[in-house]
Design a protein around this ligand. Structure first.
Ligand code: NAD
Length: 457
C-alpha cells in the first residue's frame, strides 16, 4: 500500500526545489556522503534482504549491488566540483567580445522507478546522479523485492533530507496514481512493456525520460574461441542471480560443430561453480516469485534439454539449463527469458548471426566470442546494441567511463558515473553580450533598414 499522497509529496519536493536548497554543491556533497553512510551502516541488512528476496549470495550482493553503488557515489564525490563548473566553449568571430558558456541546470523533481532483480543497484544507482545534479527525487522501489524495498523505505529517510528525497512504496495501482503527477524527469528501470506505459505517462507532461529496459541479448561464438574460457564467462553471466540480469546472455548463436564443443565446456564450468547439485549451492539464486517461476517453467515446456532442466516450484528453483534444437519461432525465442535457461540457436556463420540479430529488437547487450578480428568488426559494424562485450559477458557494465543503457527496444539514455550526473541536468547555453559602444557598433549590422552594404560587410 502506498503510504503517501502523491500530490502532497511532489508538491513538498517542488517547494524545496524552488527554494534553491538542493543547488549548492556543498548540499549535494552532504547528501551524497549521507547516502554513502546509508550503505556503510546498513551493509549487513541490505545483504540479508537480498538473500531473502533472491537468495542472492553475499559476494553478488556486495559486488553487484552494495559496493557497486557505493563506489559510484565515491566517484561522483571525487568529480562533482569539476563536473558542475560552467562549460566553456570556443568562440566564433561573431562572439569574440561576448561571454558564452553552458550552465548545468538541475531539472527539478525526478521520479526514479526501480526493478526487483538488482533492487538496490537499479533503484539507488540513479539517485546518485539525481543528487549530484541538484535535483529532488521520489524513489519508487519495486514491490516484487519486498525485503530490499523495506530496507530502503525504512532506513533511507534517516540519512537523506526528507524535504528533497522521498521514498514512495507501492505497486502498479499506486505507481499509476503517482505517474499522473508532473515530474521534471523520469528514470525507469524494468520491462519494455511497462516502459511504454511510463513513456506514455511522461509524454502527457512532456517529461524527459531514461528507460532502462531489457531484451534478448545474444552471444555469437565461433570455432576460433577458447571454449573453456568462453564457457566459464558465459555461464557466469547467464546464471548469476539465477539468470535474472538485464544484460545476461539470453541465447547462443553458433554452428552445430561449435555447439558440440561448448556444451561439455558449459557443463564443466557449471560443476566447477555450483557443484553436482546447484540447488544446494549457497551461490545459486532463486526466481523472484511464483508468477515468474511459472513463466520460466512454461518457456521450458517442449524444449530439448541438453543440461539441467530441473524445476522445483516450492523453492522457486530452476536449475542452470541449456536447451538445443531451438527454432527461431519457438516460444523461448519470442521474449526475454530472464531466468537460468540458455537456448542454442544454430547458424552457419557470422553473416547469418547478424541477420538473426537484426531480425529482433535491438538488444541491451551483445556478446562476441571470437579470435577473428574480421568477424568481430563485421558484427560490430552491422548490428546495433546498448553495449558490446567481446570475449566476456556483463563486465562492460562495470567499466568506469562507460554509459550503461539500451537502444531502440532495449531503452533510451545511459547512466553510471558522469553519465548519471549528465542524465539529470539540462545544459543551458548562456550568451552574455558585450554592450560597450564597440560591441553595439559591431552588432548593429543586424538592424533594419537592411542594405546590400550591410549584407556584404
Ligand atoms: P516491471 O516493468 O514489471 O516493473 C518495474 C517497476 O515498474 C516496478 O517498480 C513496478 O512497480 C513498476 N510497474 C510495473 N507495472 C507498472 C504499471 N503498469 N504502471 C506503472 N508502474 C509499473 O519490470 P520487472 O519485471 O520488475 O523487471 C524486469 C525487467 O527489467 C526485465 O526486462 C529486465 O531486463 C529489465 N531490467 C533492465 C535493467 C536495465 O538497467 N536496463 C535493469 C534491471 C532490469
Amino acid at each position: 500500500m502506498a503510504s503517501k499522497n502523491p500530490k502532497e509529496m511532489v508538491s513538498r519536493l517542488r517547494n524545496t526545489f524552488h527554494s534553491g536548497k538542493t543547488r549548492p554543491i556543498e548540499y549535494r556533497v552532504k547528501q551524497l556522503n549521507a547516502l554513502l553512510r546509508f550503505f556503510e551502516e546498513n551493509t549487513a541488512e541490505l545483504a540479508q534482504a537480498l538473500k531473502q528476496d533472491l537468495n542472492k549470495s553475499k559476494t553478488e550482493s556486495y559486488t553487484l549491488e552494495i559496493d557497486f553503488v557505493a563506489n559510484d557515489i565515491k566517484h561522483q564525490l571525487m568529480h562533482i566540483h569539476e563536473w558542475t563548473k560552467p562549460e566553456k566553449i570556443s568562440k566564433g568571430l561573431v562572439n569574440l567580445m561576448d561571454s558564452v558558456y553552458i550552465l548545468h541546470e538541475p531539472y527539478g523533481v525526478a521520479l526514479i522507478i526501480g526493478a526487483w532483480n538488482y533492487p538496490i543497484q537499479v533503484t539507488l544507482g540513479p539517485l546518485v546522479g539525481a543528487i549530484s545534479a541538484g535535483n529532488c527525487a521520489v524513489i519508487k522501489p519495486s514491490e516484487l523485492s519486498p525485503a530490499s524495498s523495506k530496507v530502503i523505505a525504512d532506513k533511507l529517510p534517516k540519512y537523506l533530507d526528507n524535504d528533497a528525497y522521498q521514498v514512495f512504496d507501492g505497486g502498479v495501482a499506486e505507481t499509476t496514481e503517482l505517474l499522473k503527477e508532473k515530474f521534471d524527469y523520469i528514470f525507469y528501470t524494468g520491462s519494455s512493456a511497462v516502459g511504454k506505459i511510463i513513456h506514455a505517462a511522461a509524454a502527457k507532461h512532456l517529461t524527459p525520460t531514461t528507460l532502462e529496459l531489457g531484451g534478448k541479448s545474444p552471444v555469437f561464438i565461433d570455432s576460433s574461441t577458447n571454449f573453456d574460457i568462453a564457457a566459464k564467462r558465459i555461464v557466469w553471466g547467464r546464471y548469476i542471480n539465477a539468470g535474472q540480469t538485464c544484460i545476461a546472455p539470453d541465447y547462443l548463436l553458433c554452428t552445430k560443430e561449435v555447439q558440440q564443443k561448448i556444451i561439455p565446456a558449459i557443463e564443466k564450468a557449471l560443476k566447477q561453480f555450483y557443484g553436482e547439485d546447484p540447488k544446494s549451492s549457497p551461490d545459486y539464486g532463486r526466481i523472484i516469485n511464483g508468477r515468474h517461476f511459472e513463466r520460466i517453467s512454461a518457456l521450458l515446456k517442449g524444449c530439448t534439454v541438453a543440461i539441467g532442466g530441473e524445476t522445483d516450484e516450492k523453492n522457486k528453483y530452476v536449475a542452470p539449463t541449456v536447451v538445443v534444437n531451438v527454432s527461431p519461432t519457438d516460444g523461448i525465442m519470442q521474449e526475454e527469458i530472464f531466468g537460468p535457461i540458455l537456448p542454442i540457436v544454430n547458424v552457419d556463420n557470422a553473416y547469418e548471426a547478424i541477420k538473426f540479430i537484426n531480425s529482433k529488437e535491438k538488444p541491451l547487450a551483445l556478446y562476441i566470442f571470437s579470435k577473428n578480428s574480421d568477424t568481430i568488426n563485421q558484427i560490430l559494424e552491422n548490428t546495433s546494441a546498448g553495449s558490446v562485450c567481446i570475449d566476456d559477458t556483463i563486465l562492460q557494465a562495470a567499466v568506469n567511463g562507460f554509459p550503461f543503457g539500451g537502444v531502440g527496444g532495449s531503452g533510451m539514455g545511459g547512466y553510471h558515473g558522469k553519465f548519471s550526473y549528465e542524465t539529470f541536468i539540462h545544459k543551458k547555453p548562456v550568451l552574455h553580450k558585450d554592450s560597450s559602444y564597440l560591441g553595439e557598433k559591431l552588432g548593429s549590422l543586424r538592424y533594419p533598414p537592411y542594405t546590400d552594404k550591410k549584407l556584404h560587410t
